[in-house]
Design a protein around this ligand. Structure first.
Ligand code: C5P
Length: 313
């Protein structure tokens, strides 16, 4: 991979197998206890060298490309800029992003792009930063970005940026049901605060915790037990803002999903299947019900943001 070449990085979507949301902190974030799980829905980002002084540009392809900004607010652009600033070099790069992860879907699509840009520009610019330094930059860019770098299955605390890899066995089959619109993450967090303040959702633990049963299920590689433990404290908030999500959750229950829930802040819903043929049944039922605009089969865990291709010029 010479300086004149480009690099392609693939970054995964995530779901939260358990998402426990504590009270609002003075800094505007919520204390979390969560189990992140990277699934095989990917964004691919290619970083190509640019002329000195050209700056950062990004071109986006994929079904929802039009919904993603290409200006300085784009998370991949912000990641490239932050990395260049931190190592003291000119930020010149042409990025091409192929987006498959739903936009504003609660699957950390923006975070995946930021992680992909960090890894790609790090390789392109030969910054010499180590994994810990990239992790620090990732945490500055967003709460979920460090996990997009790490991948696999991991316990998250703090605002989600403090990670410990989880002991997990087995491969899990997921069905991902997409909505035709997004939900704003801050709006969903604000809604859970409102529901709690008005007694419409249970009060949070001061220090949220992950349940033992879920960790046991992961250690045993027991999909059935895992399905019974899936839980998301943000689900009532996402469903309150978008009551149509209940329909997809109902279909999942009726077709015997081992578990189903809203992913992160939604509106994507995810369902755990027994195996790949059960996943196909679930996907067919969800598609036929009209409760989702698009349904995808996936599996996890998968690796975090990784270099997949080096292009020599
Ligand atoms: O860190 P990130 O930029 O992804 O967070 C987006 C928004 O989600 C925050 O501004 C905040 O409103 C909300 N959030 C939160 N608590 C967290 C993570 C995110 O309240 N732990």
């Amino acid at each position: 991979m010479g300086a004149a070449g480009g690099v392609t990085v693939r970054a995964p979507a995530k779901i939260n197998l358990e998402l426990r949301v504590g009270p609002l902190r003075p800094d505007g974030y919520h204390e979390l206890a969560t189990v992140f799980h990277a699934v095989a829905v990917f964004d691919d980002l290619t970083a190509l060298p640019a002329e000195p002084g050209e700056g950062i540009s990004i071109v986006i392809h994929g079904p929802q490309a039009a919904a993603v900004p290409v200006d300085a607010s784009n998370l991949a652009v912000r990641a490239a800029r932050l990395l260049a600033e931190r190592v003291g070099i000119e930020a010149d790069v042409r990025m091409q992003l192929h987006k498959q992860i739903p936009v504003a879907g609660g699957m950390a699509g923006g975070s995946a792009d930021a992680a992909a840009a960090l890894v790609a520009c790090d390789a392109l610019w030969h910054t010499g930063l180590d994994r810990d330094q990239l992790h620090e930059l990732a945490a500055e860019l967003g709460s979920d970005v460090p996990f997009s770098l790490l991948g696999g299955t991991a316990i998250g605390s703090g605002r989600g940026e403090r990670l410990t890899p989880a002991l997990a066995r087995g491969e899990y089959h997921w069905v991902v049901a997409l909505a035709d619109h997004g939900l704003s993450t801050p709006a969903v967090y604000a809604e859970i605060d409102r529901l709690r303040a008005t007694g419409q959702a249970p009060q949070p633990l001061e220090e949220p915790e992950i349940g033992d049963r879920l960790m046991q299920a992961l250690r045993a590689g027991d999909a059935e037990a895992l399905g019974a433990c899936l839980v998301n404290d943000l689900q009532p908030a996402a469903c309150s803002l978008d009551p149509s999500l209940e329909r997809a959750l109902d279909v999942g229950r009726k077709v015997g999903a081992l578990g189903g829930m809203v992913s992160g802040s939604g509106p994507t819903t995810v369902f755990l299947a027994r195996d790949s043929s059960h996943a196909l049944d679930l996907a067919v039922a969800l598609t036929a019900s009209g409760a989702a605009v698009d349904v995808r089969r996936s599996f996890g865990p998968v690796a975090g943001a990784r270099l997949v291709e080096a292009i020599r010029s």
